[in-house]
Design a protein around this ligand. Sequence first.
Ligand code: FE2
Length: 271
Amino acid sequence: MQREIVKVIKGVETSDGAGVSLTRYIGSPQLDMLDPFLLLDFFSSSDPDDYIAGFPEHPHRGFETVTYMLAGRMRHRDHMGNEGVIGPGDVQWMTAGRGVLHSETPEQQDGLLQGFQLWVNLPAHQKMTAPAWRDYKAEDIPLEKTEHSEIRVIAGTTDSGKTGPVAGIATGPLFLDVRLNGQISQRIPEGHNAFVYVIEGHVNDVPAGHLGVFGPGDQAVLRGVDAHFLLIAAQRLDEPVSRAGPFVMNTREELLQAFDDYRAGRIAGGA
Ligand code: FE2
């Protein structure tokens, strides 16, 4: 069955961190969550005042944060001693698990900074797993080219059989960066939720700067006109969600425990 776009979302302008301007699509009043996706932010500005303050040290627990850069560079540091800079086309996939303390800071004084942050939930049995962090460089992300399309395969497998480097993720994500002038189809398992985020052009009547949510089915057909977009999908968890700020757990007790652990310095490194 073919999936149709059932909802188009414009996003809300907001700011986060120490004052980074961004547009929030998932985790907003328009779309609280799209199980297992908890948040999708798009940041895009050439004005350093919109981004220079960055995201000083803050915690996460219970889910995964994915940062995908289109332009500019961000530096990441965490309590485990990981440090790295991601630039255009690079992806950072961080599993916060039981707890990470990290900072995310623009590695530039001016120029365009553009990219995404996506939060992907963890199933209950993995919420307190050991944290893990990995950067994938643009050159390690396979590119599938046809006459009408160019697909960067970050996670999952395309219908032509190209597989992305991000593997071993609980929710079996598909994460494609697509340039399209024509039509492609992509299998997306029934149990997954799926969306497109349109960066440029139009995809299935979803205009640039909008997110289109797919309804049920096992296949998406994408028609693009000078389009650049992300196609993202992952397995629904259908578990209770109790969230506040940087913590996403299953119950209120677990959420309060996360705040307690953070105040007591136990979010990172401790038991
Ligand atoms: Fe963060």
